[in-house]
Design a protein around this ligand. Structure first.
Ligand code: SF4
Length: 325
């Protein structure tokens, strides 16, 4: 992309941020302490508005000390107060009550639904299985690859179906920690503070189900009870983001600059493709958190390792004989 194009996209983002802020009254800006939220915060502060803006951070109960330190740095740099919102159920408690996240949101949710119906992980047609499990339609459609969109089917994760059939999970899997530690608290905050615009740092270029679910940087509220959602850096590629950071002297948390992480968020989340690296980093820099994550997500880490081994062997046409746990 030409530098000129990047400049236009950045100028566009700044202009549209100003317009979005000025056309709303009570705005909640989500500050995770990650690199995307650093850029969003800088853009919002450049809007120099008189509107009520709440800067909020959702502490899920598994946060890096480096993230907490960075939030303090941001408060000092921009002279703002970042309100920490604690969940009713932090991640370790959610995991204990509902199960561990495994692989990604979609797979965790569908496996959770199947487990609730005591599914026996069989390779049968949708019609046959639907007769056996009549209250589990959407998860069975995932299992049988019935969705039109490839990303909604189990085949989106190579050999996952074969793996689950050969090695069914012997622990509870669930996507509910995100729901209880993030979604519910965010909805409660928006309601109690009469928020009409939520601002977050989702970018199209980050990929994954989070970004592909959106078509543009703005989503109007579906009804009066919901808020509009605005994503100022939705169109920023990695290069544009880097350019913005350089031009605006953006400093990221130690998670990036010292630990070498590519993402932040809940410590050691098993959804992370590089969770093994993250665990090494944790052991070195934040050993207490390492112990916590290793304990909370123990089964999921082990199961993911076995799944990855399985995929590798299958890819090499090898005989797969794993000893699980
Ligand atoms: S990011 Fe991972 S650990 Fe954190 S709430 Fe979501 S699934 Fe759970």
């Amino acid at each position: 992309m030409l530098e000129q194009d990047s400049k236009l996209i950045i100028a566009d983002a700044l202009g549209s941020a100003r317009n979005r802020i000025e056309s709303h009254n009570r705005i909640a800006v989500s500050i995770s302490g990650g690199s995307d939220s650093d850029t969003v915060l800088d853009i919002i502060k450049k809007c120099k508005t008189e509107k009520d803006i709440f800067f909020i951070n959702f502490n899920t109960g598994l946060e890096y000390q480096a993230t907490k330190d960075h939030l303090k740095y941001l408060e000092n740099k921009y002279k703002i107060k970042i309100e920490t919102i604690r969940p009713e159920k932090p991640v370790p408690l959610c995991v204990k009550q509902y199960g561990e996240p495994f692989l990604n949101k979609r797979a965790s949710e569908m496996i959770m639904r199947l487990q609730r119906h005591n599914f026996t992980w069989e390779d049968k047609s949708f019609e046959e299985l639907y007769k056996q499990y009549p209250n589990c339609k959407s998860a069975l459609r995932w299992w049988c690859n019935c969705y039109d969109s490839y990303s909604l089917n189990i085949s989106n994760n190579k050999f996952l179906k074969e793996f689950l059939i050969e090695y069914p999970p012997e622990f509870q899997i669930s996507n509910l920690c995100c729901h209880y530690a993030k979604k519910v608290v965010a909805a409660e905050f928006n309601k109690s503070h009469n928020i009409d615009l939520v601002v977050n740092g989702i970018r199209k270029a980050e990929g994954g189900i989070r970004s592909v679910s959106y078509k543009s940087c703005f989503t109007p509220a579906k009804d009066k009870k919901k808020c509009d959602v605005y994503r100022p850096i939705f169109w920023f590629t990695d290069d544009i983001k880097r350019q913005y950071e350089l031009e605006n002297n953006i400093v990221h948390s130690k998670c990036y600059t010292e630990y070498g992480l590519k993402r932040t968020g809940c410590t050691g989340c098993p959804y992370g493709k590089n969770f093994e690296f993250e665990l090494m980093v944790l052991q070195k820099y934040e050993p207490k958190l390492y112990k916590a994550a290793a304990n909370v997500f123990k089964n999921s880490y082990e199961y993911t390792r076995q799944y990855r081994k399985y995929v590798k062997l299958k890819n090499n046409n090898g005989n797969v004989q794993l000893s699980l746990f």
